[in-house]
Design a protein around this ligand. Structure first.
Ligand code: GRG
Length: 299
């Protein structure tokens, strides 16, 4: 019999299972009020790499847990992530018209509806984290996993990072402040994906410590790669506007330290995140694969 922690599916199959869980956990698009639910489906099923749910599943496997234990947490974090993208694209924030290769939610449904779509995704994620999973046939989320996700999404994590980002427009921040901003805005949710997966599996303190260290390094590496891709990526691959940071006068890692040094820093952090997984042995192989994909990506 296959050990429960060996990778049983490839990433494409994992994505399909995540999509299924998301469908089961979201009211159908025809639910009253139908325009809102249609817009929710538009935002959530527009594509996307599904990196955060894949990290939750890989972290659960790294602690020798079963996918079913982590599936609801995986879906909840994708809802939180998608809400952040919908709100980030609004004119009052980054004012973007393309996301995941499609017109942004506010472009299609209007600004008011896009705000409500973000609110509804966050609220549905909270419901799921509070235990509303049985109708979808999924295991409930352990309180420690729910707490890790909500804390990372809040005012000292992702929202705090976004507030720092808004406040820093046009300013030249020192490197440590830029890193702090992105450890919150992008890194907190990525780190929390790993911790939540570990909690779902009932991981030990040592396993959670290893996952936390991996997630901290991976979160920042992911953002640096995102900044690099904004300079070097092709719009067709990215599914969003390229060169936007420079046009908006945003301070990015390439703008602050140059492309080469940014690439070196991303590689160094990728190495740190892989090294952190050493105590988890072969059970962390799916996580190692995701670290590689997240830091060597083109989209
Ligand atoms: C508005 C509350 C609020 C928060 C916004 C995370 C965030 C804070 C904004 C996203 C802006 C952004 C483009 C950040 C760069 C890193 C990042 C999170 C990219 C998008 O994540 P991917 O590449 O997207 O995983 P997909 O579409 O693949 O899910």
């Amino acid at each position: 019999m296959t050990a429960p922690f060996t990778p049983r599916r490839d990433v494409a199959e994992d994505r399909l299972v995540v999509e299924k869980a998301l469908s089961a956990l979201l009211p159908p698009a025809t639910t009253h009020p139908a325009r809102l639910h249609e817009a929710l489906h538009y935002a959530l099923f527009a594509g996307g790499k599904r990196l955060r749910p894949l990290l939750v599943l890989a972290a659960c496997r790294a602690c020798e847990g079963e996918d079913r234990q982590a599936m609801a947490a995986a879906a909840a974090i994708e809802m939180i992530h998608t809400y952040s993208l919908v709100h980030d694209d609004l004119p009052a924030m980054d004012d973007d018209s393309l996301r995941r290769g499609q017109p942004t939610t506010h472009v299609v449904y209007g600004e008011g509806m896009a705000i409500l779509v973000g609110d509804a995704l966050l609220t549905r994620a909270a419901e799921i984290l509070c235990g509303s999973t049985t109708a979808a046939g999924l295991d409930p989320v352990p309180p420690a996993a729910a707490a890790a996700l909500m804390a990372a999404a809040g005012s000292t994590g992702m929202i705090g990072g976004q507030a720092l980002d808004l406040a820093s427009q046009g300013l030249h921040l020192p490197l440590e402040q830029l890193e702090d901003l992105h450890r919150r805005k992008t890194g907190a949710l990525i780190r929390a994906s790993l911790l939540a997966g570990g909690h779902c599996a009932g991981g030990s303190a040592a396993q959670l410590e290893a996952l936390g260290r991996c997630g901290t390094a991976l979160g920042l590496a992911f953002q640096i790669v995102d900044d690099i891709l904004d300079v070097t990526g092709k719009p067709g691959d990215l599914g969003k506007s390229a060169g936007k940071d420079e046009r908006a006068g945003k301070l990015t890692f390439p703008a602050l330290m140059g492309l080469q040094a940014s690439r070196r820093r991303a590689a160094e952090l990728a190495g740190e995140s892989r090294d952190a997984l050493a105590p988890l042995g072969a059970a962390a192989d799916p996580m190692r694969d995701l670290v590689r994909r997240a830091t060597e990506r083109i989209s």
